[in-house]
Design a protein around this ligand. Structure first.
Ligand code: SF4
Ligand code: SF4
Length: 259
């Protein structure tokens, strides 16, 4: 009987820190199962052996920050039957999208010794601003169990079972005392997509919003609560401007206080 062809998997990097690709390598035991189910055909961080496309599933890490990358992502899309973006960089522009709020030329002149060699777009943008994306997996970095779920779902032709609720639900599920209620500490958990297992609140720290906005985040109510507790406008702006600064809901809320 003819052997069934394994689906091919490709992993692509754009502007990013590689942390989300490392989440895949960090799957250790599970990676052997993944390798059993798919042909890892193009994954520069794992192997120099590269097979030519097209690929059944592409995972894309990183945002678009150069004109070269703005062209390259279209090649990746053409070579991919399904394309999934992984991480805050790819789904929201990442921490590097802080430049979207300022004059990028000023940053370049301060950061680089020879700015004349730097060629960059004015904005860092998510992959979905450039090509059609089949699924967006959030997080900075992504949760490896969620990544395995997304790969399994696409292999079986079903929708990934990733919850859309916020971090507060994860606190409740784990019996973590709400630090906002108990201590008044600022926490982005009420507006942030679940995925980390409410890691920071479990250590009595407010959520930093690594997973970006949840489905229908009431950022205005959260900002109003912080303001009523005496939080400065600048600090409200800063709270919404981190890994997911350019995600629509966080961007709008930070701009509302940036006056
Ligand atoms: S989302 Fe975070 S961990 Fe992933 S590549 Fe970007 S900066 Fe790195
Ligand atoms: S600590 Fe933060 S994430 Fe947890 S329940 Fe309170 S507000 Fe929500």
């Amino acid at each position: 009987m003819a052997k069934r062809r394994k689906p091919t998997l490709a992993v692509w990097k754009f502007a990013s820190c590689d942390g989300c690709q490392l989440s895949l390598l960090d799957c250790e035991d599970e990676l052997l199962d993944v390798a059993d189910l798919v042909e890892i055909a193009n994954f520069a961080e794992a192997s120099r052996a590269v097979q030519r496309g097209p690929y059944d599933l592409s995972l894309v890490e990183g945002s678009i920050t150069t004109s070269h990358d703005a062209e390259r992502i279209h090649q990746v899309r053409r070579a991919s039957k399904r394309l999934v973006t992984i991480g805050a960089c790819a789904t929201a522009g990442g921490i590097q999208s802080l430049k979207n709020f300022k004059n990028v030329k000023e940053f370049v002149s301060i950061v680089y010794a020879s700015p004349e060699y730097i060629s960059t777009l004015n904005k860092s943008t998510p992959i979905a601003d450039h090509v059609f994306v089949d699924y967006e997996l959030r997080g900075c970095p992504i949760n490896k169990q969620q990544l395995l779920e997304v790969i399994a779902a696409f292999l079986h032709g079903r929708k990934p079972a990733i919850p859309g609720y916020g971090v507060c639900v994860e606190c409740k599920l784990q019996g973590t005392v709400c630090i906002t209620v108990a201590t008044g500490a600022p926490c982005l958990g009420p507006v942030t997509h679940a995925g980390c297992g409410a890691l920071c609140p479990a250590f009595a720290r407010g959520c930093f919003g690594c997973y970006g906005p949840k489905g229908t985040p009431n950022t205005g109510a959260l900002a109003a609560l912080w303001a009523s507790q005496g939080m400065r406008r600048l600090d409200i702006v800063r709270a919404f401007r981190s890994f997911n600064a350019s995600a629509e809901a966080f961007r709008r809320e930070s701009e509302a206080h940036d006056t």
